[in-house]
Design a protein. Structure first.
Length: 287
């Protein structure tokens, strides 16, 4: 099994296992980020939208609402359990213009030039070869179609995918317990090498067939009911991979440290509030 296949197998298993509680444990982050991405993407009534790595629908469902019953929103995710849960959520909200399919977002098996907008919130950039995937999304777009996605604001001295303040609490050495694809040197090659500098990101989008690139960094407020709620929630998203691979004693020590540090941020009995820098990217297909 090659490295990319192993990576996808581990990610699929992690998110299948987390689907029932993903983003539902007293922490708000993916939902407000998804809503803001849709605001910036500006889908219009009647459009056809593709959401890559749709998860439980934090981006897909607001987009489906904006395009209305004359539009069509397709959500794809490699984790079958996520697709099942997103379908239940769409039904619960009474959103009927949504279709959901289990599919590898790196190689979407979809007809060319059938979408007006491709979305991807904290998803497309984490594909093993995301830059090649961007060119495939360009092929899926109709003339004048657009892509809109989010990314963490990467820097070399912060713990990957987490707000900067977590770098004070989580030793980078813990990443050595992760599968090879998540080791610091590999993450730098895969992510920082083209996402850290906006100029490199813009160049990658031009190479993939896009123009009119817009890159904006904004803060999304992450809220958590308590330090314990945040740590429990972290087991349901990308950090789940770290928890799964940490030795028991190191996991227990990290859990205790994070709960204590996060609870120290609370104001009286109120929630924890953390500003998380998020990069919003939009571009138009160059035809």
């Amino acid at each position: 099994m090659d490295t990319a296949t192993t990576y996808k197998t581990k990610v699929t298993a992690a998110f299948n296992g987390a689907a029932a509680t993903y983003d539902r444990l007293g922490v708000e982050f993916f939902t407000p980020m998804g809503r803001r991405l849709v605001q910036r993407a500006e889908p219009r009534p009647g459009q056809r939208v593709l959401d890559v790595g749709c998860g439980l629908g934090a981006t897909l469902l607001p987009a489906a609402t904006r395009i209305g019953p004359s539009g069509h929103a397709l959500g794809i995710d490699i984790a079958e359990a996520m697709i099942d849960q997103a379908g239940r959520e769409a039904e619960r909200q009474g959103i009927g213009n949504v279709e959901l399919r289990v599919m590898d977002g790196e190689h979407p098996d979809l007809p060319a030039r059938t979408f007006d907008l491709v979305l991807g919130s904290y998803s497309v950039i984490f594909l093993p070869d995301a830059r090649a995937a961007l060119a495939r999304y360009a092929d899926l777009l109709r003339d004048g179609g657009r892509i809109a996605f989010t990314s963490p604001v990467f820097s070399r001295d912060t713990f990957p995918f987490l707000p900067p303040l977590f770098s004070r609490w989580i030793p980078m050495s813990l990443l050595q317990h992760l599968p090879p694809a998540w080791h610091p040197e590999q993450l730098h090659r895969q992510l920082h090498s083209w996402l850290e500098d906006p100029a490199d990101l813009e160049a990658a989008l031009h190479q993939a067939g896009f123009e009119a690139v817009d890159i904006a960094d904004e803060s999304v407020e992450m809220t958590a009911e308590s330090g314990e709620a945040w740590v429990d929630w972290s087991h349901t998203q990308g950090m789940r991979l770290l928890w799964q691979h940490l030795p028991a004693d190191e996991a227990a020590a990290l859990r205790a440290r994070l709960i204590a540090e996060l609870d120290a941020l609370r104001e009286q009995d109120g929630p924890i509030r953390i500003d998380v820098p998020v990069r919003y990217v939009t571009a138009t297909v160059a035809r």
